[in-house]
Design a protein around this ligand. Structure first.
Ligand SMILES: *Cc1c(COP(=O)(O)O)cnc(C)c1O
Length: 461
């Protein structure tokens, strides 16, 4: 064993090698030293445990290659691109909406250059970072003003904190929801220091229930869009219009957490209809909150639109400062919203809407190409078919609505295991993520952003 230990070079000797010197020139001394030390340490413990010298100390070239590999791996970003073939277009775990081209350009410029973020070029004086977006949102939704924060959860927190600390918020028991990632409406109320005034029952809530709950300590009436579930059967809920009427009568504001926040009527594209922001505003609601990276198709953000009187209070609350968005997000969001000014071009330019509206025939064409490619590359070791599939919007929009789609399905044949194949797909330079259903792996083309890149990537399988 001692002789094995003696075969290991000393750290000083290692660092003096010319190949290592050039690695130091490229990556810096401290990273190289750290990796050399850890390789030597590993080698010592391997000798102790197995009485063998590890393979990367067998010869110098292997050792250098290993050090170089580790140095490069250190710089590999782990939040790496994947191919989304899950069939869920706005997949929260895969980063939700892809940015439109215009949004990417605007964001890139905001990263590289100084921008007129809080500076009014016309007046030559300081302005507010939400101004441009607020103007756009007012034009698009009809609302009086807007406020932008980090995400919709933050938007709800800001509304509660600004208006309801130590007060009561009236909400239906049917809307005390959990959105996922432990965002629960009752918890966020508690966090904000508000008292929950639950009314009605899980399946039925009436206007009279709200009316009875209102007292001098009521901050506002709240509606939460049941985005990720549906209550069916013997049900009744109170519409925003009725609530707004009641709010006006009793002088209590009404807020609605819309979740997805569509700005266009999706049914015009043959997609399941989601309530739009402008339609809620027209019903007389005072404040509406929604996400930037769900159906809106932009960056992660929480947007609140509504009456100027209330938005002004949100803007001047100290918490707004802690929840505000940075310039890159705001530039991306502004560019995304500008696309909505030209609605006929939206399905072409807004990436998420483009994906959702692709004709099934185009997906089928891609599926046939993908099937042939996979058969070839997997040597017919799996049963591969092109099948009709049901995709979904995702991120809580219309959870029960299925969107017609096409998938390539892969099924085990003989001893070829599906789990092994899933693993191989995940180990590609750009991993492929599908969904497993009925003992098959489904590669659903509805949610795939870049077909050409997928094909190129498959060459590495
Ligand atoms: C998604 C959702 C949220 C959370 O939005 P984020 O932007 O992810 O913070 C809040 N409320 C509803 C109703 C939602 O659907």
């Amino acid at each position: 064993m001692n002789s094995l230990f003696q075969q290991l070079p000393s750290i000083d000797k290692l660092l003096k090698q010319p190949e290592i010197a050039s690695l130091i020139a490229e990556f810096g001394r401290s990273a190289v030293v750290k990796i050399c030390r850890s390789l030597l340490e590993n080698a010592r413990s391997e000798i102790k445990n197995t009485q063998k010298i590890p393979h990367f100390f067998h010869d110098n070239a292997t050792l250098i290659a290993e050090i170089q590999r580790q140095l490069q791996a250190q710089q590999q970003v782990k939040i790496q691109p994947v191919h989304n073939l899950t069939g869920t277009v706005l997949h929260t775990n895969l980063g939700r909406a892809l940015w439109a081209n215009a949004a990417q350009q605007a964001a890139l410029l905001a990263m590289q250059e100084n921008v007129a973020l809080e500076y009014d070029l016309a007046e030559g004086k300081r302005s507010h970072r939400d101004n441009y977006i607020s103007e756009l949102l007012c034009e698009l939704t009809g609302a009086e003003a807007a406020c932008v924060v980090n995400n919709n959860a933050a938007a709800v927190l800001l509304m509660l904190t600004t208006f309801a600390v130590g007060k009561e918020v009236v909400i239906s028991r049917g809307e005390l929801i959990e959105i996922g990632g432990s965002f629960r409406i009752p918890d966020i109320m508690q966090q904000a220091g508000c008292k929950l005034a639950e009314v009605g029952t899980t399946n039925r809530t009436h206007l009279a229930d709200y009316r009875r709950a209102i007292n001098e300590n009521t901050a506002f009436l709240m509606k939460v869009h049941s985005s990720n579930y549906q209550i069916c059967g013997f049900t009744h809920s109170v519409s925003e219009a009725e609530l707004a009427q009641l709010g006006k009568e009793m002088n209590v504001p009404v807020m609605t957490d819309l979740g997805s926040g569509a700005l266009v009527d999706l049914s015009q594209y043959g997609l399941p209809a989601e309530p739009t922001v402008q339609e809620k505003w027209q019903l007389g609601v005072d404040l509406i909150s929604f996400s930037g990276d769900k159906l809106l198709g932009g960056p992660q953000a929480g947007i609140i639109v509504g009456k100027k009187y209330f938005i002004d209070q949100l803007q001047s609350h100290p918490l707004k400062r802690a929840l505000r968005c940075d310039k890159v997000i705001l530039a991306g969001l502004e560019a995304t919203l500008r696309l909505y000014l030209q609605p006929e071009k939206l399905a072409e330019k807004l990436t998420s809407l483009h994906l959702l509206t692709q004709p099934v025939s185009a997906l089928r064409q891609q599926a046939e190409i993908l099937k042939a490619r996979l058969e070839n590359q997997l040597n017919f070791a799996y049963t591969i078919r092109v099948e009709e599939s049901q995709a979904q919007i995702g991120s809580g929009a219309q959870p029960l609505a299925k969107i017609p789609s096409v998938a390539v399905t892969l099924e085990e044949k003989n001893s070829q295991k599906l789990t092994a194949l899933i693993q191989r797909f995940k180990q590609l330079p750009q991993p492929i993520i599908g969904r497993v259903e009925q003992n098959k792996l489904w590669l659903d083309l509805r949610s795939l952003a870049n077909f050409e890149r997928l094909l190129n990537n498959l060459e590495q399988l």
